[in-house]
Design a protein around this ligand. Structure first.
Ligand SMILES: [Zn+2]
Length: 388
């Protein structure tokens, strides 16, 4: 077995554990301790000295257009699929891929193929059945079948509500879909959640409140995202988090004076509200287009989401004085719990060796996925197949 020894890591598991030594092997964290044990000389050990740099769990980006998203402004606006290092350089070691507005030219087949392509290149990757619309696009003919029979698919999403691009789903349609996903989650131990894209519409989260009021489904099944895109919507989302939903903040750019909270503003407000700290996550919308629309529903501008927005948000929170141990769970242990990824989101003995070291500027200086170095001392060690 090839072993890697990480020395002098200022460890955040996410809770702060001080300077520690870690031994990695077989894709796992084998040992953590303050004092370095002597290694038998016969063992092949690769040693890395972090010289006190912070070591955190690999980031879990729970909303990524791994096929590339977009398509709202003609075929030319289809966003290309991000390549491997767009994730790894950003400290992202696990992604959940999905289809968005375009779930007709893009398909669940293409999504599953993209997930497996990333896995072959060393990234942890899963995905959601469906896309914006109902009836949902699937691989096997049903969302329940997709989750039960397709290893990579763990829930459904992003199903659009309160958005002019949605299928205008009714309460009964949402409940039927959620019931399928919940049962498939029970059968498989997978996440079993409905990841809901929230648009700018004034109906906000009304449909989700009705679903909680009128069904037996657990609140955790409903997982709204983009909840910081309107300030009033965010207030509604915090109330849902108190009822047991996990809410997902998107790290998109927010202009001065816009009716939206930046991800850093939103997480700060979330904690200030006293809502359960475990019920919030932050994702990037990487590979998705971030369009704005005029009053006729036509695209008037577009940007592309980047996984790098996660570390940028984390560093902004630290710059404002939030403790790393308080900020980290939204990027690591909280998504791992919601998505039912055992072994991820925390650094402990027996966990997967998905680790990120941060340099003084907060950039990912070293990135390990299953103990394999993708970035080391700031230099990319592994490139995607088409990255030259
Ligand atoms: Zn979306």
């Amino acid at each position: 077995m090839h072993l890697t020894l990480i020395r002098n890591a200022d460890l955040y598991a996410p809770e702060p554990l001080g300077v520690q030594q870690l031994l990695l092997g077989g894709g796992k964290v084998l040992w953590i301790g303050r004092d370095l044990a002597a290694m038998p000389a016969a063992l092949p050990v690769d040693a890395i000295d972090l010289e006190g740099r912070r070591l955190i769990p690999g980031l879990i980006d729970g909303h990524v257009h791994v096929t590339g998203g977009g398509g709202e402004d003609g075929f030319g606006s289809r966003v290309p699929a991000p390549m491997l290092s767009r994730y790894t350089r950003a400290g992202v070691t696990s992604v959940v891929g999905l289809l968005g507005t375009d779930d007709v030219a893009r398909s669940t087949r293409e999504l599953v193929a993209s997930i497996h392509a990333l896995r072959e290149q060393g990234l942890n990757a899963w995905g959601y059945s469906g896309g914006y619309h109902l009836p949902p696009t699937t691989l096997t003919g049903s969302v329940r079948g997709d989750i039960v029979f397709v290893d990579a698919l763990i829930g459904v999403g992003e199903i659009a509500i309160s958005d002019h691009r949605s299928s205008q789903p009714t309460l009964d349609e949402l409940l039927r879909l959620a019931s399928e996903v919940h049962v498939a989650g029970l059968m498989t131990g997978k996440a079993g959640i409905v990841h809901l894209h929230l648009g700018d519409g004034p109906r906000g989260l009304e449909l989700v409140r009705q679903a909680l009021d009128q069904s037996e489904l657990p609140a955790r099944v409903f997982n709204p995202t983009h909840v910081n895109r309107r300030k009033a919507l965010f207030t509604e989302a915090v109330d849902l988090a108190r009822r047991g939903c996990s809410i997902d903040i998107t790290a998109f750019p927010v202009e001065e004076g816009e009716d939206a909270w930046s991800a850093a503003d939103a997480l700060t407000r979330y904690f200030d509200s006293g809502a359960p700290p475990a019920h919030v996550t932050i994702s990037s919308d990487a590979g998705g287009c971030l369009p704005c629309f005029d009053g006729d529903g036509r695209v008037c501008g577009m940007a592309v989401g980047e996984s790098g927005a996660l570390l940028a948000t984390l560093n902004e929170l630290l710059a404002r004085g939030m403790a790393l141990a308080q900020a980290l769970p939204a990027f690591t242990s909280n998504p791992a719990r919601l998505l039912r990824f055992p072994g991820k989101g925390r650094i402990k003995v027996g966990a997967d060796a998905d680790l990120v070291a941060l340099d003084a500027d907060g950039a990912a200086s070293d990135v390990f996925i299953a103990g394999v170095a993708h970035v080391r001392a700031g230099a990319l060690q592994r490139r995607g197949i088409f990255e030259g």
